[in-house]
Design a protein around this ligand. Sequence first.
Ligand code: XIL
Length: 535
Amino acid sequence: LTACGAGNDSGKNDSSAAGTVSEENTESAEIKDAAEKDDDAILGDNFGKSGSYMARGDVKTEIVDDDKAANGKALHISGRAESWCGVNYSADLFRGNTVKAKGRFRSTSPHVSISVQYNALGNTTYNQICRAETNADGYAECEGTFEIPTTADKILLYIEADNTDDIYVDSVSFDIEGEYTYYPEAQKEAFVDTSDYPSLRELYEGELLIGTCISDKIIKTPEYKDFIARQFSSATMENEMKPDSLLDRDTTLSDPEKYMESPAVKFDHLKAQLDFAKENGIKLRGHTLLWHNQTPEWLFFKDYKNSKELADRELMLKRMENYIKSVFEWESENYPGLFYAWDVVNEAIDDGGGMRKSLWYQTVGEDFVERAFEYARKYQPEGVKLFYNDYNSYMSGKQNDILKMVKPIAEAGNLDGIGMQSHLNTGVSVDLFMVGLKRYYSELGCEIQITELDVGTDKSDADYSKQGDYYGRFMTKLLECKADGIPITSVTVWGITDSLSWRQGDDPLLLTGSMTAKPAFTAFAEAAETVRKSE
Ligand code: XIL
């Protein structure tokens, strides 16, 4: 087997790469279809039409129809400067799957082989998949399988020979063996086996729902999906239920008159995740109805046109009510009982104190939070609790503002809970945090949920032990507060691994990118056990 160094020209031809389609999503759909059908090869040629191959190294390629071709046409590869020169097929779609390769070749070279090349974790790897014993007189076949790792990138399937003799290819095909999984990109680290990790959802069962944030992409990766199903009893969509994901811009803007008081909404993109949650007994936190971020500006303008002036209070109240109504009605109809909480309003308090002057504030006025909770109560699906959610919510200044804002809502009977996001770092006092937590209960008498927990580390904590200790103390104290009668109902960590975290660089989560358990995971699990022992 000859290695093909970085110096060959295979990379140059990437734009003419093989592959049936170019859009990522269609790619995955088409490849799945083809895999299920099993008759059409996913990738390959019988050289009837133009081929999807590209030159590998210095070669000449032409489709021939002469007596060297078997039945019909063949690909004639000649002028091969080196033995590794031949043809390439670009094959990133096979990442993480087992590829079944098959080919029929003729050559005076003793062998022609099908091989695979890819980059993984900084190295370029070459492997032979199968080798045909070729001769000048007729065609010889070979067939083989190869499992391509999830870390592989720039995957090329290629045809080469022992020497530089001409190669005739009658046909070549590449298929998926078994069920197809689409990995949109190469994993930066190889995954470790997490199947024997203690299950957080089981350890905390009966005490707290334990959640994480999810996305469509994450649940499409089997290693993450299996981990989530085993470990978590609650999930929050990291982005896909935010206003900019639920509001249907194209439909709304296509007929502003029709949608003037009730913007169109869309939910199709949520189906895979919600069905997954349902099948695995995972409850949902809805996040989030009203927010200043990830909310399209057009929502706030007359005729939904940014060039016009802001819509008035009356119109914005209608849009707010109808938007909440649409989301909640869809939920009641399609996923009754799946959601247990909704962040009705997120982050309405300004960092500098007082209410944030968001577009909701500017159009509706100071009472927009109150109105939102009123509407949410009016349309809430059965079993859903209504939450106000914010960060730094344990800090006394911010807490004063939050309490001032939500007290009338609680008094009106429209608030069920406070979501403390809890984007923390090891410098934040756990005791101080718990003082804040208890105060919400004593002043509002409502439920508390930890909604987006992550604890940033600093460089001095190279082995993550300080962070582990923090997570352990945090969870232990939380369970103590619960034992004291404070209705803490769920804890959500904002992601699974450090490489999936929105706080890249802070390494704030329970697992490393390879899904190796950090001290934080162990401490999180042990905190539950400690409490059980003391009971
Ligand atoms: C973050 C997501 O994690 C990111 O993927 C996104 O780019 C920005 O939003 N407070 C919240 C969450 O309420 O919705 C935010 O999530 C993090 C801060």
